[in-house]
Design a protein around this ligand. Structure first.
Ligand code: PEP
Ligand code: MN
Length: 307
């Protein structure tokens, strides 16, 4: 050991026995923090509470965050915010920067959407969560919103994780759809190492061989995270199922599996949505879902957040 660093010397083995140039043996430096997992359950067995504005995630209640996939216009944002608030959501989601698979798809209204989220919060009292896609955007977004989302496609964007960790703001960290349970915990460590413990892990479906749904919701991850980390766990049944008719069964199953929170796409006119309209719940479907969730929560000795 040299100072705080463990130095491993790797022997120089010439496997092919050819006479190459003489190179010094490589030396890898392994930082000692490698064995201190800040997210591990034992560090805080009672669990971490995440304070998203007036909403607490991880206090035993079931918190539902809902709203459009993307902020599109003032009318759409205000109308959707009013609907989700009326039916018991305790947070508003809405992407202003959209990380789209195709560059030809709608990329979000970008900075113009920030004032709309602030106005929707003003009108409904709901804290707002939006996705951040660029470390350079963190400060400007954090000055307005209550929570930042790191999308599945960015779960291992380490510069972004570090910048969001430094913001100190609550973070919804979505699992990459090709990433493991442990890789997600490792990504969360980047946030925790910056001194930010306001982290919610979000299972949003992974890629499997099954083509019948957009992704396959991995409830095993929910159970494992609840056992392995003190961080609260959220489930996104909208992006995983990709169909409105899957949102209710996946939501109920997620809560039964121990999820602390749900994040749900709702749109006042899904057929006109510029992003992910195929999976959005209509206002009445969202109202029905909230009615179905309450007795399940009660049966589990829990209650709906805000109720
Ligand atoms: C989203 O929530 O709008 C989103 C893009 O989700 P994901 O990163 O899980 O695909
Ligand atoms: Mn979406």
């Amino acid at each position: 050991r040299l100072g705080g660093t463990l130095v491993l010397s790797v022997p120089d083995v010439d496997l092919l026995h050819h006479a190459g140039p003489e190179l010094p043996a490589p030396t890898y430096q392994v930082p000692r923090t490698g064995d201190v997992w800040l997210g591990r359950k034992e560090l805080r067995p009672s669990g971490t509470k995440v304070f998203l504005g007036p909403t607490t995630i991880g206090d035993g209640s079931v918190a539902v965050i809902a709203g459009p996939c993307a902020v599109e216009s003032s009318e759409q944002t205000m109308a959707t915010a009013a609907v989700v608030a009326e039916h018991g959501a305790v947070g508003l989601r809405g992407g202003v920067f959209k990380p789209r698979t195709s560059p030809h798809s709608f990329q979000g209204v970008q900075w113009d959407g920030l004032d709309l989220l602030a106005e929707a919060r003003e009108r409904t009292g709901l804290p707002v969560v939006t996705e951040v896609v660029d470390p350079e955007h963190v400060k400007r977004l954090a000055a307005v919103v209550d929570g930042l989302q790191i999308g599945a496609r960015n779960m291992q964007n380490f510069a972004l994780l570090t910048a969001v960790g430094q913001s100190g703001l609550p973070v919804v960290l979505k699992r990459g759809f090709g990433c493991t349970v442990e890789e997600t915990l490792a990504a969360a460590e980047y946030l925790l190492l910056e001194g930010n413990d306001q982290v919610v892990l979000c299972e949003r479906g992974i890629r499997t061989f099954e083509p019948s749904a957009r992704f396959t919701l991995d409830l095993t991850a929910v159970a494992l995270w609840k056992q392995r980390t003190h961080l609260p766990v959220m489930v996104d049944p909208s992006h995983s199922g990709g169909k409105p008719e899957l949102v209710e069964p996946l939501s109920l199953a997620a809560v039964a599996a121990g999820a602390d929170a749900l994040i749900i796409d709702v749109h006042v006119a899904p057929e006109q949505a510029l992003c992910d309209g195929k999976q959005a719940l209509r206002p009445q479907q969202f109202a029905d879902l909230m009615i179905r969730l309450a007795p399940l929560a009660a049966g589990l000795g829990r209650h709906m957040s805000g109720a």
